[in-house]
Design a protein around this ligand. Structure first.
Ligand code: ADP
Ligand code: MG
Length: 257
């Protein structure tokens, strides 16, 4: 799997949201998209998963033009995880996970034994098998998000697009969500990530968006420096290599220090 985005531009009405964004995701990588609120992260991802149609630019997967692909075919190639409140109606957890099977099926096809097995395994992957029959709307934020991850897993795609999947979750759930992704074998991930320390811990490479443009890219070590963080977020920080994780650890400094 190789995703290539070149010169992607998109405006909402006459307001430019992203302008000339290029990025690449290679097989097996965990790539992060970071940047301040409104910098265009979600817009980039929506253009890739075809929730929006680019004004210009090209997007290819393994050399094939994604924008000309039948929707079903592209839907099979990527599993999308947004925020936990993106689910429309009142369903049981397992029904939501079963929706992950829909790109594989024709309209009104019933779930077969194989689908049921996949749904069960997907719930198991996120430790939610005991809550299969629970009403989604009555789950906690962390449980809901695990169900959404299970739905993506049930799709059996090897490419995941995540849009700030841990927003509003407690720290233990935030870690859990990314750990679930890491435990999946042979998958490739492109994720918008709000939290720079999470990006440092989980990403192989990072792209930084600012006002709709990619302003920096590289490994977390290259990108997450005190200078860059100040440039992009306007905040002073202290960045050290953490003795246990070996990853960058960022502490933000209040004014006056
Ligand atoms: P991020 O995900 O980095 O917070 P977005 O991609 O959501 O950024 O937004 C990029 C820009 O596009 C922002 O200026 C935002 O206000 C604008 N925008 C996003 N969604 C819409 C929309 N549906 N209509 C109009 N403007 C939008
Ligand atoms: Mg967003």
């Amino acid at each position: 799997m190789r995703l290539r985005v070149e010169n992607l531009t998109y405006s909402y009405g006459d307001k430019d949201a992203i302008n000339g964004v290029s990025l690449e995701v290679n097989q097996g990588e965990f790539v992060g998209l970071i940047g301040p609120n409104g910098s265009g992260k979600s817009t980039v991802l929506k253009n890739i998963y075809r929730g929006l149609q680019p004004d210009s630019g090209t997007i290819t997967m393994d050399g094939d033009n994604l924008l000309r692909m039948p929707y079903r075919e592209s839907a099979l190639k990527m599993a999308v995880v947004g925020q936990e409140n993106d689910v429309p109606f009142d369903f049981m957890a397992e029904e939501i996970v079963a929706m992950g099977r829909s790109p594989h099926k024709k309209l009104f096809d019933a779930d077969n034994a194989q689908d049921k097995k996949i749904v069960h395994h997907s719930l198991e992957h996120v430790g939610m098998e005991k809550m299969a029959k629970r009403n989604y709307l009555r789950l906690s934020g962390g449980e809901k998000q695990r169900v959404i991850i299970a739905r993506a897993v049930a799709q059996e795609s090897d490419f995941y697009i995540l849009d700030e999947p841990t927003n509003h979750l407690d720290i233990s759930y935030q870690m859990q969500i990314f750990d679930f992704m890491k435990r999946l074998e042979n998958v490739t991930v492109l994720s918008a990530i709000h939290d720079l320390n999470m990006a440092a811990l989980y990403c192989d490479r990072i792209y930084v968006l600012q006002e709709g443009k990619v302003v920096l890219s590289g490994t977390p070590d290259e990108v997450l420096t005190e200078e860059n963080i100040y440039q992009v977020y306007g905040v002073k920080s202290s960045v050290v290599k953490h003795p246990i994780t070996g990853r960058r650890a960022i502490t933000f400094l209040p004014a006056g220090i």
